[in-house]
Design a protein around this ligand. Structure first.
Ligand SMILES: [Zn+2]
Length: 338
């Protein structure tokens, strides 16, 4: 039986006197403060205290937005921030990956082009609708004015490995450097300024979501980001990093988290343990280290479910639906340790 009521966010187990965890981030209702900061000339971070970040790059004659936010109403806040620094048109929106919370606000910008990797396009086509329903159920606060979403966001430009755009004098590299958080992960890199927009490949002070991940590939993809030697980094969630030490710390922390989960879950699978047993094992290992990270409780059941699948030989992440989400949560987070 599902213990979580998605409408009132109350929990029957809690009413029974047994502590159980509210589904995903339904209990997270406190608005976060946005910060719009210039990291290098014309390169901005729009960060939101652990909610999904975006980036803004101002070129000679146009503006690029990296990740669109969840709804057109939320995108409006980012546009307002852009208008405090430039009146140039926002011509390009780059999607670092397909997740609804980052892409469904795209229509607000009136951009000429929405740019995404081929892998991201395939995921939108294959599972965009289910992902929208699932993500909206997981984190209602992030989908403010959800009724303003006109439908899925489709790229108008697709690339396989990468492309370079010139915004006036400024060179912008848009690359798929490997799978990790999803199969289509895309970074935006300013080679001259050494500014990296990583999307959810890198998090800082926030928990990497790995429900759609390729655990085996992710650390190697992060290695390629490390080789860029970024001076500044806008992670998917968490504060922007503005020193070499900071960018390295964020990349290393994400790498460690991903490796630790995969190694422990592999041991569990090899020992014939159940998903619930695997979850309890890695949760008890990581909870003391990561409990202060944003969305830790939200992410762990999804992350371990995917790691368990991958360690069991399921090559590609299975589609999350609103129903599968709740069933998984009931099995892992609403039950006491096995
Ligand atoms: Zn994501």
């Amino acid at each position: 039986m599902i213990a979580v009521c998605i409408h009132c966010a109350k929990n029957r187990d809690a009413e029974d006197g047994r502590m159980a965890k509210q589904f995903a981030s339904q209990g997270d209702l406190s608005e976060k403060k946005a910060t719009f900061a210039e990291l290098a000339k014309g390169a901005y971070a729009f960060t939101t205290e652990g909610d999904p970040n975006s980036g803004v790059i101002v070129g000679g004659d146009a503006v690029m937005v990296v990740d669109a936010r969840a709804t057109p109403v939320l995108a409006r806040e980012l546009i307002d921030a852009v208008r405090t620094v430039t009146d140039k048109p926002i011509r390009y929106v780059v999607l670092t990956h397909y997740h609804a919370v980052r892409v469904l606000g795209a229509s607000a910008y009136g951009a000429d082009h929405v740019i995404a990797s081929q892998g991201t396009y395939e995921l939108i086509r294959e599972r965009g609708e289910q992902d929208f329903k699932s993500e909206a159920q997981r984190f209602p606060r992030l989908f403010r004015a959800i009724e303003t979403v006109p439908g899925l966001t489709w790229p108008t430009i697709r690339f396989d490995r990468g492309m370079t755009l010139r915004l006036g004098e400024r060179e912008v590299e848009i690359k798929h450097v490997g799978r990790g958080h999803t199969k289509g992960d895309t970074i935006v890199w300013l080679p001259r300024e050494r500014v990296l927009y990583s999307g959810d490949l890198v998090e800082y002070g926030a928990t990497p979501y790995a429900g759609d991940a390729y655990f085996q590939d992710w650390p190697g993809t992060l290695e390629r980001l490390r080789e860029l030697k970024p001076e500044k980094l806008v992670p998917g969630r968490g504060d922007a990093l503005t020193t070499r030490e900071g960018t390295e710390e964020a990349i290393a922390g994400t790498q460690r988290f991903v490796r630790t989960i995969l190694e422990d879950v592999r041991r569990s699978v090899a020992a014939g343990r159940s998903l619930k047993q695997a979850f309890d094992s890695i949760y008890s290992l990581l909870e003391p280290r990561c409990r202060g990270w944003a969305i830790f409780e939200h992410c762990m059941p999804f992350d371990v479910s995917r790691a368990y699948d991958e360690a069991s030989g399921i090559a590609d992440p299975r589609v999350w639906t609103a129903e599968r989400d709740l069933q998984m949560w009931e099995a892992l987070q609403s039950q006491p340790p096995a």
